[in-house]
Design a protein around this ligand. Structure first.
Ligand code: NAP
Length: 389
């Protein structure tokens, strides 16, 4: 018997001319959606809390792709990271039991080593958790620890931590491959971005590095300081945006850019005793790339999982080779590491603090989408509530 569910859905945008410039931002609409029958390896679940992730915003802005069109599905239900309760377990395969509370592993397709290729309910197939009921492959359900010390909203923010764990594992190994005789305490790990960078910098802190992160609000700067990081106010270099196609041609923009870049590089100089950044975590992309490369030390590692403001970059290979700089790119995490990362979180308290009063109700999801787009959050871990616990 098929199940109908109350859901926020996204429809395909206009065809456009295939360039990102022609993309028209989509809106979520509240509809009754008919869930296809459960396959033998699928479980019926009710989402409890979802995490508002950048991938949902990328899907709404249809940047860099219109996920409905690329998946040939209309509509789609987004939302791939959150806490769900199992209502009906899968009939075959590994399965969580009825009533188990699980976090969702967002793997639509993975390569033969277990790394994500397409992301579930985003660029890959799958019905997301912006719905009162949904169905999931049972092997995407990872139960939270039975006697966990942490709340469900804290668990709901896991994905930025899992992504950070995987990126840090690779970036740190790369740095050590050339710098095994340098003390971490003398090396600066610097990042800009959101929750992924924050979580990753906590791992850098634990590994003994100096850490610093930018933010653009007093509340976030205070939050970073409370967590023992050097907080850098990026409002003091607000013209740090370089567009290779236009900035150089406009003397006014170029001058403003250069002023901001000089202030930024002076900050890095001070924080690193003149050495530059040992590991730069940059999930913002193109407009900051020039400044990132200037800030990076010799033998430095530039590491990324994101391209929030642009994915096309221009690289001088000779310069990168001569300076022995390593560039790391990762995506999601390795499926087989999922339980290990969850246990690391539980065992070591690598967990966010969540203000439950700031969690959005299901009815308010469009407001959440608008607030995220406008950058209105104090938290790095915005959440929505789907069903009551
Ligand atoms: N490939 C993957 O597996 C994966 C996984 C997770 C995330 N990502 C990507 O990584 C990116 C970041 O995601 P997230 O969830 O950590 O953060 P997020 O929620 O996207 O927040 C990004 C933050 O970056 C800061 N920012 C915005 N513009 C900036 C600029 N010009 N310079 C410096 N900082 C700027 C803003 O904070 P302030 O204004 O306070 O500075 C903003 O809140 C996204 O593009 C996302 O798609 C990729």
């Amino acid at each position: 018997m098929s199940t109908r569910t109350d859901a926020w859905v996204l429809h395909a945008g206009p065809a456009g001319d295939g360039t990102s410039r022609s993309a028209v931002r989509g809106t979520l609409s509240r509809e009754i959606f008919r869930l296809p029958d459960l396959e033998d390896d699928e479980a019926l679940v009710e989402p409890l809390y979802g995490s508002w992730e950048a991938n949902i915003d990328h899907a709404l802005s249809r940047q860099p792709i219109d996920v409905c069109r690329s998946r040939h599905e209309d509509p789609v239900i987004l939302g791939n990271l959150g806490v769900v309760r199992v209502l009906r377990p899968a009939r075959t395969g590994p399965s969580a039991r009825e009533g188990d509370i699980c976090i969702v592993m967002p793997f639509a397709t993975r390569d033969r080593h277990g790394y994500a290729e397409l992301v579930y309910a985003y660029d890959g197939a799958g019905i997301g958790i912006l719905a009162k009921r949904t169905k999931l492959k049972a092997d995407l359900l990872l139960p939270i620890p039975e006697h966990t010390r942490y709340s469900l909203p804290q668990w709901a923010a896991y994905a930025r931590y899992f992504t950070a764990w995987d990126n840090w594992r690779v970036a740190h190994s790369c740095w050590l491959s050339q710098m095994d005789s340098q003390h971490a305490a003398d090396a600066l790990v610097f990042g800009w971005g959101g929750g992924v960078v924050f979580a990753e910098l906590q791992l850098a802190q634990r590994a003994g590095f100096r850490v610093a992160m930018t933010a653009s609000s007093d509340a976030r700067l205070a939050f970073l300081t409370e967590h023992g990081m050097t907080a850098v106010d990026r409002r003091s270099f607000q013209d740090l945006r370089y567009d290779p196609e236009s900035t150089g041609d406009n003397p006014y923009h170029l001058r403003r850019y250069r002023d901001s870049e000089a202030r930024f590089l002076q900050t890095i100089n001070t924080l690193s005793d003149g050495a530059g950044v040992a590991i730069f975590i940059d999930n913002i992309g193109s407009p900051l790339y020039r400044a990132v490369l200037k800030a990076l030390s010799r033998e430095g590692v530039l590491t990324s999982v994101g391209w929030k403001h642009g994915m096309r970059i221009h690289n001088l290979r000779a310069s990168a080779c001569i300076r022995r700089q390593l560039h790391v790119h990762t995506h999601v995490w390795r499926y087989g590491d999922s339980a290990r990362i969850r246990d690391y979180q539980e065992d070591t308290g690598w967990m966010p603090t969540i203000d439950v009063d700031a969690i959005y109700d299901f009815d308010d999801v469009p407001q959440l989408a608008a607030d995220y787009e406008a950058g209105k959050f104090e938290t790095y871990f915005p959440l929505f509530r789907v069903n009551s616990v």
